[in-house]
Design a protein around this ligand. Structure first.
Ligand code: IPE
Ligand code: IPE
Ligand code: MG
Length: 226
């Protein structure tokens, strides 16, 4: 048995390096990364995990060359168009976090459409973090909250975050070898268990995820108590 796993969050890093190592274009790595999203999501659905948040594009990723940003936007559009069938078939609800007002109206419509088409699904909730930055999210929440001009407790503050209604992060995994959070779910991961693996995202596997989860399950989570 061990710890329950309600919310798994993944920083899917290493697509570019994965492609460069094979003398391929970085965009090839992103394409493979998108396929991996599908595989890992379906696997998580079979495990009975309730929320899976995937960091796909950060508020800082706009600093990349325009050609790479454009490619990632196209890939996102393709992904949104293609996923509906598989998600519905596997009873997976689609959600997003991040400031999507910065995306084209076509992309925003595609996002809303997929959310609507999967709103009835009761299994896993797949949450794509796009144009997501934790500081940006917290600031937007604060600016909303001060309009209400009331003192807040933790639950009330959480209700202003993009993640309202989702459980706190239990387990956070970063692939790609770096040990940093890169502005991901800072509030929500206050008591998450952190796992860093050198595996590049396109090489990540259900087997490695299973190993990490079994280590997570046997960890003593104390939340400050004894
Ligand atoms: C993660 O892979 C995906 C995005 C940030 C969009 P990277 O593109 O950061 O790949 P590396 O870290 O350069 O290898
Ligand atoms: C984090 O990866 C963001 C995503 C995976 C979407 P980055 O490659 O952008 O992070 P840094 O720049 O190495 O911190
Ligand atoms: Mg990276």
């Amino acid at each position: 048995m061990g710890n329950e796993l309600n919310h798994l969050a993944i920083i899917m890093d290493g697509n570019g390096r994965w492609a460069e190592r094979q003398n391929k274009n970085r965009s090839f790595g992103h394409e493979e990364g998108a396929k991996k999203v599908r595989e890992i999501t379906q696997y998580c659905a079979t495990l009975g995990i309730k929320y899976l948040t995937l960091y796909a594009f950060s508020t800082e990723n706009w600093k990349r060359p325009k050609s790479e940003v454009d490619f990632l936007m196209q890939l996102l559009a393709k992904f949104l168009k293609k996923e509906e069938k598989t998600l519905v078939k596997n009873d997976i609800r689609f959600e997003v976090i991040g400031d999507i007002s910065k995306f084209s109206s076509t992309l925003q419509n595609a996002i809303d459409n997929l959310k609507k088409k999967t709103a009835h699904c009761k299994g896993l909730t797949q949450i794509l973090a796009i144009n997501y930055g934790s500081r940006n999210e917290i600031l937007r929440a604060v600016n909303q909250a001060i309009k209400n001009a009331k003192e807040l407790d933790e639950d009330a503050f959480s209700s202003f975050l993009d993640t309202h209604g989702f459980a706190d992060v239990d387990l956070l995994i970063r692939t790609g070898g770096d040990k940093r959070l890169s502005n991901f779910l800072l509030w929500q991961s206050a008591y998450a268990e952190l796992f860093f693996t050198k595996t590049l995202w396109p090489d990540f596997s259900t087997g490695e995820l299973e190993t990490i989860i079994s280590e997570y399950k046997s960890t003593s989570r104390r939340f400050g108590a004894l």
